[in-house]
Ligand binder design. Structure first.
Ligand SMILES: [Zn+2]
Length: 294
């Protein structure tokens, strides 16, 4: 999980959100969750602007996704659902809040996260509690990483030991609140040790290594014949092109293939933890510019 780039829909859409939110906030506290649910279910049919506003919200969130429109939690599946980071059933005052949205896949949204969330009770303590459905939150101090405003890699780290590829609390955390936040986020989302995710991260690791090797070899080539030997299909090399132009085109394509691939957390962790990954470290030493690719 990575921090999302900041972006925003236009002022008309933000105003539409503010209007819906004001309707909820005007009600007594006990009535707000039901109204949030009702307005959310009808969000594409509210007034003349609802459909347009949510089309723009979805499009903006798609452009903020990791990989090519992938779920921001698992980084594996297609991003499909507008997910409330703070569940609207517990926090109706954030139901129509732009900063509370990200795109997640159906599996993460409807099978794992649902209405689950965790808060510190009392606020500012280190005592984290997972919240139960239909209960009023005991605090608004989230024990859950918010990737719209926080960098998840401060709290989480990929474990390359024994090739587990598990996502775990960062081993250098010392603040009990940070440890609790990492642990509860993993408990809620179940993205740490799902077998399919660990296997996919391992495959991504191999992919990133092989792309870096190819990048190094293309960069070190000196003739079109060298380039033809490096690609699976020699017809992909346009021999009518100059060597320099063809080489640059291949280098750009290789960089893009890394940056648009699933599981970008694996790539970021290869950069961060390279000193304990000998082969990866050697590749980054040969292609130092790749340390800045994000
Ligand atoms: Zn997902």
């Amino acid at each position: 999980m990575l921090k999302l780039n900041s972006d925003s829909p236009g002022t008309t859409t933000l105003q539409h959100l503010a209007t819906q939110q004001a309707t909820i906030d005007a009600l007594p506290v006990g009535q707000r969750p039901a109204m949030a649910e009702t307005l959310w279910d009808a969000k594409n049919n509210i007034g003349s602007g609802g459909k347009t506003a949510f089309a723009e919200i979805k499009q903006t969130l798609l452009e903020m996704c990791v990989g090519t429109e992938l779920c921001n939690y698992c980084e594996s599946n297609e991003a499909s659902d507008i997910e409330h980071i703070y569940p609207k059933s517990f926090f109706p005052e954030r139901a129509f809040t732009w900063l509370n949205y990200l795109l997640a896949c159906k599996t993460c949204n409807t099978h794992y996260k649902l209405d689950k969330f965790a808060v510190f009770t009392p606020a500012l303590s280190a005592n984290a509690t997972t919240m139960q459905r239909k209960k009023v939150p005991t605090s608004t101090d989230a024990a859950f990483i918010d990737p719209r405003v926080e960098d998840p890699l401060v709290f989480l780290a990929l474990n390359f030991t024994n090739q587990s590829f598990f996502l775990e609390p960062c081993p250098n955390l010392t603040d009990p609140r940070d440890i609790a936040k990492a642990t509860h986020t993993l408990n809620v989302l179940q993205i740490g040790k799902r077998a399919a995710l660990a296997a996919a991260r391992k495959a991504a690791f191999r992919f990133f290594q092989s792309r870096l090797e190819r990048y190094r070899d293309v960069r070190d080539s000196t003739t079109l014949a060298d380039l033809e030997r490096l690609v699976e299909d020699p017809d992909l090399v346009d021999t009518a092109n100059t060597f320099a132009a063809e080489q640059q085109q291949m280098l750009t394509a290789l960089q893009q293939s890394i940056l648009s691939h699933a599981h970008p957390t694996v790539w970021r962790e290869m950069q961060r933890q390279r000193l304990s990954l000998p082969k990866t470290n050697t590749l980054f030493a040969a292609v130092p510019e790749a340390l800045a690719w994000q």
